[in-house]
Ligand binder design. Sequence first.
Ligand code: KG4
Ligand code: ZN
Length: 341
Amino acid sequence: MVILAIETSCDETSISVIQENPIDSRILSLVTRSQIEEHFAYGGVVPELAARAHLTNIEPILNQAIQQSGISLNAIDAIAVTAGPGLIGGVLVGVMLAKSLSLSLGKPLYAINHLEGHALTARLSHDVSYPYLLLLTSGGHCIFVEVLGFRKYTLLGQTLDDAAGECFDKIAKLLNLDFPGGPALEKKAILGDPRRFIFPKPLQHTPQPNFSFSGLKTAVKLVIEKNTLDEQTICDIAASFQYTVGEIFKERTSKALKCSHHKVERLVTAGGVAANQYLRKKLRDVCDQNTIEAIFPPIHLCTDNAAMIGWAAIEATHNGVLPSMNDFQPLPRWPLENLNL
Ligand code: KG4
Ligand code: ZN
């Protein structure tokens, strides 16, 4: 089965042609264009601009993805598209293209949940078998989920306020770092002293593997306001913040392992924040301590991409999920657990 997949839920316009082959020949093409230029001056994603940029860029990206795959549009078996959660203007652009292709080519359409795409990426990149513990950490989400099988998702913990990626982005902005903030902050942290500033770890003393990042964000903001932001101080604040997030991730992972209803043999970390090398090392350490395997998809599959959406559709077809047509609504909010079969 060959799938053409479309992802436009945030600030990456991405199209992929993907097939269910052995692991190293699955992705026939993956073209992703980040909207860094469009949002740079604002220091964050502006939904209206994002939707317009998707509209401008989606057709050339479709042509490139088709050309690079070496497969003609007619030879594609199905179309997959992110139908939420995300910025609704962007989601609508992707869904309209997907519906048009589906109707004109006479191919079935699969409406895919973006979080499910992230949740299953490690099966695309590493053939990870079910069950596994998932830490999904992105710009909009920070959750622990037991992935027992396809659409058998049990939520173990979640953020009560901000997502980790959102916190990275906001602190990067306060430090006047370039957009996108997460990778810019990681670069500064390499040169900083992680022990110079001591930041709180909210919800440290509760047994549930929940997160809260707003108090941490406020504590960092106060330090930024009180200090002169010379280059070394910027690096030290970045390092101290990232160190704290690492400690939080380690400690909450231990809690998630305790709360899990099944014996956990592997932890998969997915979503944009999983691109952070320092946090990967921390998560690897906690997995080693608990003698479980740590799995991270490659960075271009951790951040938003259409290949993960195509893969989720391939798994859907294997599990008897019927194609969608007019029976789905693009959704700005769409929790992963609502998908359970
Ligand atoms: O999964 P993703 O690409 O989009 C969403 O669905 O949100 O995640 C984007 C988030 C942003 O908050 C971005 O700053 C963060 O992931 N991110 C990082 C890094 N790369 C991306 N955060 C920390 N370190 C990074 N290297
Ligand atoms: Zn995402």
